[in-house]
Design a protein around this ligand. Structure first.
Ligand code: DO4
Ligand code: MG
Length: 290
């Protein structure tokens, strides 16, 4: 019997080959949906019932092993936005890093309007096993493991993936007006390994999210929290994102980080960052200076 969670991915079989859309079976096998006319994620995600449609398309095919393909970031022309200060841990860490902006973090945590900022265009997002970047002009860089909500062109939540909102804490901490530079640069946004077509917020809130950072094979940081620690409802975040704005190609919203390493920790080149969300899977990247 196959498990019930449906997963959608982008992948390629050979370097330089066209990206294809696949259904991921039990996290282990990929069924190529090109043969049934699927040319984009939107062909599934914009349907009335993406789960039923994907089940119909993949049928009972076995597919090929995930290890034989290269998984690509599960976004196309989507914009990627990010919510901030949604976990108590994020608020306190940011208030510590900046006396200058501390009250801004304190206020936004309780305010009616959430913090939401632009993170990336789809084509700049990196996927599983690619490099995530730390800025050459930053001295304090961290990964931010985050649940990413995937919405289709009609504004409907259709699934979730794992996100890494790479950040330069010293640049953000120096002055909040530097936030775009702390957050948006080459390889600063990683998504993957696929989109899990889960939309039930109560069930998703039971998931855990954790990060492990290894340096030369040794663990230098690990931490975990529960998705349920997100202070705001998904609807609160997504409604604000869609206020006075449309996303004709769909949009991904990172929901903020709840795992922040101690102040003494900064990422270094070649660190391996592994983010796991219990209901989705694992996203792994290696750090490079950009
Ligand atoms: O307020 C700055 C960024 C917050 C953020 O990225 C987070 O809380 O995850
Ligand atoms: Mg973040």
């Amino acid at each position: 019997m196959r498990e019930t969670a449906e997963r959608l991915c982008r992948f390629r079989t050979d370097p330089g080959a066209e990206a294809r859309i696949g259904a991921v079976i039990e996290g282990e096998r990929v069924v190529d949906l090109t043969h049934v006319g699927v040319g984009s994620l939107a062909d599934v995600l914009d349907r009335e019932d993406p789960v039923a449609h994907l089940r119909l398309l993949r049928g009972s095919e076995d597919g090929i092993a995930v290890s034989e393909v290269t998984l690509l970031p599960p976004v196309e022309r989507h914009e990627v936005w990010a919510a901030g200060v949604t976990y108590l841990r994020s608020k306190s860490a940011r208030m510590e890093e900046s006396d200058f902006s501390a009250t801004a973090y304190d206020r936004v945590y309780d305010a009616e309007r959430p913090e939401i900022f632009f993170k990336s265009v789809g084509e700049k997002v990196v996927g599983p096993d690619s490099h995530v970047g730390i800025r050459a002009d930053a001295r304090w860089s961290v990964p931010e493991p985050e649940l990413a909500l995937v919405m289709n062109a009609h504004g409907r939540l259709v699934g979730c993936t794992i996100g890494n909102d790479m950040s330069s804490r010293d640049i953000e901490g120096e002055n909040l007006l530097y936030l775009p530079q702390a957050k948006v640069y080459d390889h600063s946004c990683s998504l993957g390994p696929w989109i899990t077509l889960a939309t039930d917020e109560a069930a998703i809130r039971e998931w855990t999210i954790g990060v492990r950072i290894a340096r030369a094979g040794e663990e230098v940081f690990s931490g975990e929290t529960s998705i349920d620690q997100i202070k705001r409802t998904f609807a609160d975040l997504t409604d604000h994102l869609w206020r006075s704005q449309h996303f004709p190609h769909g949009v991904v919203l990172l929901t903020g980080t709840g795992v922040v390493p101690d102040e003494s920790f900064t990422l270094a080149a070649n660190d391996r960052v592994t983010i796991t969300i219990s209901g989705i899977g694992t996203l792994e990247n290696t750090v490079a200076v950009v």
